[in-house]
Ligand binder design. Structure first.
Ligand SMILES: Nc1ncnc2c1ncn2[C@@H]1O[C@H](COP(=O)(O)OP(=O)(O)O)[C@@H](O)[C@H]1O
Ligand SMILES: [Mg+2]
Length: 296
């Protein structure tokens, strides 16, 4: 599916709007901090989600400044940047998770294909099935492994018969790379699993309601290197069928799993480019400073 028409109707494509290199200075100072241009390729011809002119405030404090970004269909976009730069805040906008924070005010346009996710007609429950989220700490429900995965399918009425539900549970656990490890213990509590297994269980729970987009906020930060490698492999497999936006504090992880990388700095989206370019030959001085470890 090609959404370029819709995309063009809200903002020109990057190729039309911004030359390869930034017109603006590479240094953001107090004086020029409100007017800035994201450098690189923030837009996609095959956008699954399109965000335009996104600003986010917590009470009076602004956390995100005029961000424009597309996430392409079946693309993995990594969001990186120093702690507190707004990665989680931006990610939470994509399935209206910020609605749950009273002080948080979000402006701008968010399209899921051609649907405005903030439209009054858009109910957040089905939205969060279409745009699922995996959190930093694995958070299985205090239920069995089976019921963790079946939970959403039951709520959304995706299975009429027990055998249909069994199928959804098995398929989701298989896609999450957990089936072989748990098929003989489906009635044991989800919390009896190791951390890495719990995170894959949470991924299975997300997959069970047939999402189109999966948001991941530092999904490996509580995991050991082996469990992390397993999730990274999984992200690669999942990207064949799902669109993925992942926040990570690990540059190696961004380099390993993503197609494009978005670099945030103090609430601004500084640069978006092909991941390899971001880590080898970034367009923006701030990106370069970050990837070479000058601040973190
Ligand atoms: N619930 C909240 N209430 C008030 N301020 C918040 C809240 N969540 C985040 N912030 C602030 O918004 C900014 C961006 O935070 P966050 O999105 O968590 O950054 P990151 O995920 O990049 O570390 C920070 O200054 C942070 O203190
Ligand atoms: Mg965060």
């Amino acid at each position: 599916m090609n959404n370029s028409v819709t995309t063009e109707s809200i903002a020109p494509l990057a190729s039309e709007k911004t030359p390869e290199k930034a017109k603006t200075s590479n240094v953001i100072t107090e004086e020029n901090s409100d007017a800035y241009t994201t450098v690189g390729q923030a837009f996609s011809e095959n956008a699954k989600m399109s965000m335009r002119n996104v600003n986010v405030f917590y009470d009076e404090k602004q956390a995100i400044y005029d961000v424009n970004l597309d996430i392409g269909t079946n693309e993995v976009v990594a969001m990186i940047g120093p702690s507190g730069c707004g990665k989680s805040t931006f990610l939470r906008c994509l399935n209206r998770m910020n609605d749950t924070i009273d002080t948080c005010k979000v402006t701008g346009k968010f399209l899921l294909e051609d649907q405005d996710i903030n439209d009054r007609k858009m109910d957040v429950v089905p939205l969060r099935a279409r745009v699922g989220m995996v959190f930093q700490k694995p958070n299985p429900f205090p239920k069995s492994i089976y019921d963790n995965v079946a939970y959403g399918a039951r709520i959304h009425g995706l299975a009429d018969r027990k055998s249909d539900l069994d199928d959804i549970v098995e398929t989701s656990l298989q896609k999450a790379g957990l089936w072989n490890e748990v098929k003989d213990r489906l009635q044991q509590p989800g919390t009896s699993l190791s951390g890495g297994q719990q995170q894959r269980l949470c991924i299975a729970r997300t997959i069970a309601v047939s999402p189109e987009v999966i948001l991941m906020d530092e999904p490996c930060s509580a995991l050991d290197p082996i469990a992390t490698a397993r999730i990274e492999e999984l992200i690669d497999e999942l990207s064949q069928n799902y669109t993925i936006a992942i926040v990570t504090h690990s540059m190696q992880q961004a380099a390993r799993v993503s197609h494009r990388t978005a670099y945030f700095h103090l609430g601004k989206l500084i640069e978006v480019n092909e991941t390899e370019k971001v880590f080898t030959n970034p367009d923006h001085g701030l990106t370069e400073a970050y990837i070479t470890g000058r601040f973190g």
